[in-house]
Design a binder for this molecule. Structure first.
Ligand code: SF4
Length: 224
Protein backbone atom coordinates (compact mmCIF):
# COMPACT_ATOMS: atom_id res chain seq x y z
CA UNK A 1 0.00 0.00 0.00
CA UNK A 2 1.27 3.51 -0.88
CA UNK A 3 2.72 5.62 1.93
CA UNK A 4 -0.02 7.41 3.84
CA UNK A 5 0.23 11.16 4.35
CA UNK A 6 -2.36 13.89 5.00
CA UNK A 7 -1.90 14.84 1.30
CA UNK A 8 -2.09 11.33 -0.19
CA UNK A 9 -4.99 10.07 -2.34
CA UNK A 10 -6.15 8.06 0.68
CA UNK A 11 -6.62 11.29 2.63
CA UNK A 12 -8.75 12.84 -0.09
CA UNK A 13 -10.74 9.58 -0.23
CA UNK A 14 -11.26 9.80 3.54
CA UNK A 15 -12.60 13.34 3.14
CA UNK A 16 -15.09 12.13 0.54
CA UNK A 17 -16.11 9.26 2.81
CA UNK A 18 -16.87 11.68 5.66
CA UNK A 19 -18.82 13.98 3.34
CA UNK A 20 -20.94 11.25 1.79
CA UNK A 21 -21.58 9.22 4.92
CA UNK A 22 -22.48 12.35 6.90
CA UNK A 23 -25.13 13.03 4.25
CA UNK A 24 -26.30 9.40 4.32
CA UNK A 25 -26.33 9.04 8.13
CA UNK A 26 -26.90 12.51 9.61
CA UNK A 27 -28.01 10.97 12.92
CA UNK A 28 -25.14 8.50 13.37
CA UNK A 29 -24.28 8.50 17.08
CA UNK A 30 -23.08 5.98 19.64
CA UNK A 31 -25.75 3.40 20.37
CA UNK A 32 -24.67 2.64 23.95
CA UNK A 33 -26.97 4.32 26.49
CA UNK A 34 -25.26 5.98 29.44
CA UNK A 35 -25.39 8.99 31.72
CA UNK A 36 -22.15 9.74 33.56
CA UNK A 37 -18.66 9.03 32.13
CA UNK A 38 -18.34 6.11 34.57
CA UNK A 39 -21.40 4.50 32.99
CA UNK A 40 -19.94 4.94 29.52
CA UNK A 41 -16.66 3.37 30.61
CA UNK A 42 -18.51 0.37 32.03
CA UNK A 43 -20.72 0.08 28.93
CA UNK A 44 -17.70 0.02 26.62
CA UNK A 45 -16.04 -2.67 28.75
CA UNK A 46 -19.24 -4.72 28.49
CA UNK A 47 -19.53 -4.21 24.73
CA UNK A 48 -16.51 -6.42 23.99
CA UNK A 49 -17.75 -9.47 22.03
CA UNK A 50 -21.34 -8.31 22.63
CA UNK A 51 -23.90 -6.19 20.79
CA UNK A 52 -24.66 -2.67 22.01
CA UNK A 53 -28.35 -3.64 22.17
CA UNK A 54 -27.60 -6.42 24.65
CA UNK A 55 -25.41 -4.11 26.72
CA UNK A 56 -28.25 -1.57 26.82
CA UNK A 57 -30.60 -4.24 28.16
CA UNK A 58 -28.24 -5.00 31.04
CA UNK A 59 -27.03 -1.56 32.09
CA UNK A 60 -30.20 0.01 33.59
CA UNK A 61 -30.22 -2.56 36.43
CA UNK A 62 -26.45 -2.54 36.68
CA UNK A 63 -26.22 1.25 37.01
CA UNK A 64 -29.13 1.36 39.46
CA UNK A 65 -27.24 -1.05 41.72
CA UNK A 66 -23.69 0.24 41.01
CA UNK A 67 -23.96 3.91 40.03
CA UNK A 68 -20.38 4.78 41.04
CA UNK A 69 -16.97 3.14 41.52
CA UNK A 70 -17.54 3.35 45.30
CA UNK A 71 -20.76 1.36 44.94
CA UNK A 72 -18.94 -1.35 42.99
CA UNK A 73 -16.38 -1.79 45.73
CA UNK A 74 -19.19 -1.88 48.31
CA UNK A 75 -20.84 -4.84 46.55
CA UNK A 76 -19.77 -8.39 45.91
CA UNK A 77 -18.07 -9.85 42.87
CA UNK A 78 -20.84 -12.46 42.62
CA UNK A 79 -23.56 -9.82 42.42
CA UNK A 80 -21.66 -7.92 39.75
CA UNK A 81 -21.08 -11.09 37.74
CA UNK A 82 -24.77 -11.96 37.88
CA UNK A 83 -25.79 -8.55 36.57
CA UNK A 84 -23.36 -8.57 33.62
CA UNK A 85 -23.73 -12.27 32.80
CA UNK A 86 -25.96 -11.76 29.68
CA UNK A 87 -23.14 -9.86 27.95
CA UNK A 88 -20.85 -12.93 27.90
CA UNK A 89 -17.36 -13.36 29.34
CA UNK A 90 -19.00 -12.12 32.51
CA UNK A 91 -16.30 -13.17 34.96
CA UNK A 92 -13.61 -11.26 33.09
CA UNK A 93 -15.88 -8.28 32.54
CA UNK A 94 -16.89 -8.15 36.21
CA UNK A 95 -13.21 -8.36 37.16
CA UNK A 96 -12.40 -5.49 34.77
CA UNK A 97 -15.21 -3.32 36.15
CA UNK A 98 -14.07 -3.93 39.71
CA UNK A 99 -10.46 -3.28 38.72
CA UNK A 100 -11.49 -0.07 36.97
CA UNK A 101 -13.41 1.08 40.06
CA UNK A 102 -10.39 0.42 42.29
CA UNK A 103 -8.07 2.19 39.86
CA UNK A 104 -10.27 5.29 39.55
CA UNK A 105 -10.65 5.58 43.31
CA UNK A 106 -6.95 5.08 43.93
CA UNK A 107 -5.59 7.35 41.19
CA UNK A 108 -8.34 9.75 40.08
CA UNK A 109 -10.59 10.48 43.10
CA UNK A 110 -13.21 8.18 41.59
CA UNK A 111 -13.44 10.23 38.36
CA UNK A 112 -12.88 9.04 34.80
CA UNK A 113 -9.60 10.61 33.56
CA UNK A 114 -9.46 12.70 30.38
CA UNK A 115 -6.36 11.49 28.56
CA UNK A 116 -5.58 8.40 26.52
CA UNK A 117 -2.43 7.82 28.56
CA UNK A 118 -4.40 7.66 31.81
CA UNK A 119 -7.42 5.81 30.42
CA UNK A 120 -5.35 3.03 28.89
CA UNK A 121 -3.98 2.30 32.38
CA UNK A 122 -7.49 1.54 33.65
CA UNK A 123 -8.03 -2.25 33.88
CA UNK A 124 -10.17 -3.46 30.98
CA UNK A 125 -9.59 -0.32 28.88
CA UNK A 126 -7.48 -0.27 25.71
CA UNK A 127 -7.09 2.41 23.05
CA UNK A 128 -10.54 1.78 21.61
CA UNK A 129 -12.21 2.24 24.99
CA UNK A 130 -10.14 5.37 25.60
CA UNK A 131 -11.13 6.86 22.24
CA UNK A 132 -14.83 6.18 22.80
CA UNK A 133 -14.87 7.52 26.35
CA UNK A 134 -12.84 10.64 25.55
CA UNK A 135 -14.80 11.37 22.39
CA UNK A 136 -18.29 10.75 23.74
CA UNK A 137 -18.07 11.79 27.37
CA UNK A 138 -15.70 14.77 26.96
CA UNK A 139 -15.63 15.66 23.24
CA UNK A 140 -11.86 15.06 23.18
CA UNK A 141 -10.40 13.57 19.97
CA UNK A 142 -7.13 11.90 20.89
CA UNK A 143 -7.62 8.77 18.81
CA UNK A 144 -10.03 6.85 16.57
CA UNK A 145 -12.04 3.96 17.99
CA UNK A 146 -11.47 1.05 15.60
CA UNK A 147 -14.09 -1.62 16.15
CA UNK A 148 -14.86 -4.51 13.79
CA UNK A 149 -16.97 -2.39 11.37
CA UNK A 150 -14.57 0.54 11.37
CA UNK A 151 -11.58 -1.73 10.73
CA UNK A 152 -13.29 -3.72 7.95
CA UNK A 153 -14.57 -0.65 6.09
CA UNK A 154 -11.31 1.25 6.45
CA UNK A 155 -9.48 -1.68 4.86
CA UNK A 156 -12.02 -2.07 2.07
CA UNK A 157 -11.73 1.64 1.35
CA UNK A 158 -7.96 1.32 1.06
CA UNK A 159 -7.23 3.58 4.04
CA UNK A 160 -5.22 0.96 5.90
CA UNK A 161 -4.05 -2.58 5.25
CA UNK A 162 -3.78 -3.40 8.95
CA UNK A 163 -6.00 -5.92 10.71
CA UNK A 164 -4.61 -4.99 14.12
CA UNK A 165 -6.87 -2.20 15.45
CA UNK A 166 -4.03 -0.21 17.01
CA UNK A 167 -2.01 -0.23 13.77
CA UNK A 168 -5.13 0.57 11.75
CA UNK A 169 -5.85 3.49 14.07
CA UNK A 170 -2.33 4.80 13.48
CA UNK A 171 -2.95 4.83 9.71
CA UNK A 172 -6.38 6.42 10.05
CA UNK A 173 -5.03 9.20 12.26
CA UNK A 174 -2.84 10.21 9.30
CA UNK A 175 -5.51 10.25 6.60
CA UNK A 176 -8.63 11.32 8.53
CA UNK A 177 -8.68 14.94 9.70
CA UNK A 178 -8.68 15.17 13.50
CA UNK A 179 -11.96 17.10 13.57
CA UNK A 180 -13.61 13.98 12.12
CA UNK A 181 -12.02 11.36 14.39
CA UNK A 182 -15.00 11.03 16.73
CA UNK A 183 -17.61 10.94 13.93
CA UNK A 184 -15.52 8.57 11.79
CA UNK A 185 -16.29 5.56 13.96
CA UNK A 186 -20.03 6.23 14.08
CA UNK A 187 -20.29 6.84 10.34
CA UNK A 188 -18.45 3.64 9.47
CA UNK A 189 -20.43 1.60 11.99
CA UNK A 190 -23.70 2.92 10.51
CA UNK A 191 -22.56 2.10 6.99
CA UNK A 192 -21.16 -1.27 8.03
CA UNK A 193 -24.48 -2.28 9.53
CA UNK A 194 -26.65 -0.97 6.72
CA UNK A 195 -24.66 -1.56 3.53
CA UNK A 196 -21.04 -2.69 3.82
CA UNK A 197 -21.80 -5.88 5.66
CA UNK A 198 -19.12 -8.33 6.57
CA UNK A 199 -20.08 -11.28 4.36
CA UNK A 200 -22.04 -9.70 1.55
CA UNK A 201 -21.46 -5.97 1.10
CA UNK A 202 -24.13 -4.26 -1.02
CA UNK A 203 -21.66 -2.52 -3.30
CA UNK A 204 -24.15 -1.80 -6.06
CA UNK A 205 -26.24 0.36 -3.75
CA UNK A 206 -23.29 1.95 -1.93
CA UNK A 207 -22.68 5.70 -2.05
CA UNK A 208 -18.93 5.03 -1.89
CA UNK A 209 -18.69 2.60 -4.80
CA UNK A 210 -16.86 4.91 -7.22
CA UNK A 211 -14.12 5.67 -4.67
CA UNK A 212 -13.87 2.25 -3.02
CA UNK A 213 -11.12 -0.09 -4.28
CA UNK A 214 -12.78 -3.18 -2.81
CA UNK A 215 -16.21 -2.29 -4.17
CA UNK A 216 -14.85 -1.60 -7.63
CA UNK A 217 -13.00 -4.90 -7.64
CA UNK A 218 -16.07 -6.80 -6.48
CA UNK A 219 -18.43 -5.24 -9.00
CA UNK A 220 -15.90 -5.60 -11.85
CA UNK A 221 -15.56 -9.31 -11.12
CA UNK A 222 -19.34 -9.72 -11.24
CA UNK A 223 -19.61 -7.95 -14.60
CA UNK A 224 -17.32 -10.49 -16.29
S1 SF4 B 1 -18.41 -0.22 -2.31
FE1 SF4 B 1 -18.78 -2.19 -1.30
S2 SF4 B 1 -16.91 -2.68 -0.17
FE2 SF4 B 1 -16.85 -0.47 -0.69
S3 SF4 B 1 -17.71 0.59 1.08
FE3 SF4 B 1 -19.37 0.23 -0.34
S4 SF4 B 1 -20.32 -1.71 0.26
FE4 SF4 B 1 -18.28 -1.58 1.23
Amino acid sequence: MARLTPASPAASRARAVVRRLTAAYPDAVISLRYGAPWELLVSVILSAQCTDARVNEVTPRLFARFPTPEAVLGGTQAELEELVRPTGFYRNKARSIRGAAEHLLEHHDGQVPRTTRELTRVPGAGRKTAAVVLGEAFGIAEGIAVDTHCGRLSRRLGLTAETDPVRAERDLMVVVAQRHWIAWTHLLIAHGRAVCRSRVPRCNSCVLLDICPEGRARTAVKRH
